[in-house]
Ligand binder design. Structure first.
Ligand SMILES: Cc1cc2nc3c(=O)[nH]c(=O)nc-3n(C[C@H](O)[C@H](O)[C@H](O)COP(=O)(O)O)c2cc1C
Length: 320
């Protein structure tokens, strides 16, 4: 998620779930081709399985960027056909491509030809006044003809005029049934559901008929929900039994990153929601957000915050 997630966030999430597929935020094909590749694409091997999400609509540029992604070791390349922002529309990519299935098919064909790893699509159920039944069916059928077998569908339309990207994640109504019907009509395709899923309890029933679920904002704001993922999808337990385990697992990584010059808050900003709705959760958030920005802040900040949160939890348990 652009401006929210990054490699440090993914490293943290990976401590909580070994099996969740993790995605980069959207990176434009031209940024990959012409930008600072190490900065844009580098990651820690533990983040795998890891997908690089690209934005663009020029088949040759996307093919080149996909190959670069493959050479960096990404497990899969995903094309963004869901972002509604003005900037992205201006660049002629993201959700506006829902109206151009043939162009998307050309992009996916070029990308698939350039790499051996899977190339997948993340899309909406439609845009603007498109018919959600006909247009989505036509879009997926057209793109699938290239050999693309996997689609992540954000189960709401994007309204490209008049709504901000934030509103476009909240106002157009969710239509999970439409995604289920898509799967039913093309059972040979892998269809993943995205949009508005806030807990694994909400998400797992969809797995009975669909091939996957994608969690966005909930995983960011309440990362501990990832603790239920491994049991739900891989029949194994999470690598961390407790939130404390997840914090402690971050210490060596934090120490290494700080030694190489990173500021602590660049990592801890992703950990603020770990104690969401838990005793001491507010103190955890407060303590980390104020202390992490101070000069010389290091992993002791989170160890101290852990002491505070645990003392608070003990106090509440005693009082109960
Ligand atoms: C700040 C922010 C940035 C996002 N950036 C991306 C992005 O780079 N690529 C993408 O496919 N979706 C992006 N999204 C959309 C989410 O991936 C997801 O489709 C959407 O939030 C609905 O799912 P959710 O209800 O689980 O959050 C972003 C969402 C937010 C809140």
């Amino acid at each position: 998620m652009m401006d929210w997630t990054d490699r440090h966030c993914r490293f943290f999430h990976r401590q909580i779930s070994h099996h969740a597929q993790l995605y980069t935020e959207m990176v434009t094909a031209n940024a990959v081709r012409f930008g600072d590749r190490k900065k844009l694409l580098d990651y820690d091997a533990v983040e795998h399985p890891l997908v690089l999400q690209l934005g663009g609509s020029d088949p040759a540029a996307l093919a080149e960027a996909s190959k670069i992604g493959e050479d960096f070791g990404y497990a899969e390349i995903n094309l963004n056909v869901g972002c509604p922002s003005d900037r992205v529309q201006g660049g002629h990519f993201g959700a506006c491509l829902m109206a151009e299935p043939k162009l998307v098919a050309d992009c996916i064909a070029a990308m698939s030809k350039a790499v051996k790893i899977p190339v997948t699509v993340k899309c909406r159920i439609g845009i603007d006044d498109q018919d959600e039944e006909q247009a989505l069916q036509n879009f997926v059928e057209t793109v699938a003809q290239t050999g693309c077998t996997s689609f992540i569908v954000h189960a709401r339309k994007a309204w490209l005029q008049g709504l901000s990207p934030k509103e476009n994640r909240e106002i157009p109504p969710l239509n999970y049934d439409r995604v289920h019907r898509l799967k039913k009509s093309m059972p040979h395709l892998k269809i993943h559901l995205n949009g508005g899923l806030e807990t694994m309890a909400q998400a797992t029933p969809h797995l009975e008929n669909l091939d996957g679920v994608m969690l966005g904002r909930s995983a960011y704001h309440m990362p501990w929900i990832l603790n239920d993922v491994d049991s739900a999808i891989a029949n194994t337990v999470s690598p961390c039994l407790t939130r404390r385990d997840a914090v402690l697992a971050m210490i060596p990584y934090i120490d290494k990153q700080i030694a190489s010059g990173l500021f602590l808050h660049r990592i801890t900003r992703h950990m603020l929601g770990l104690y969401h709705a838990q005793p001491g959760g507010r103190m955890w958030r407060q303590s980390i957000s104020t202390e992490s920005c101070k000069t010389g802040a290091d992993s002791n900040v989170i160890l101290r915050a852990l002491e505070v949160v645990e003392a608070q939890a003990a106090k509440q348990a005693e009082a109960a």
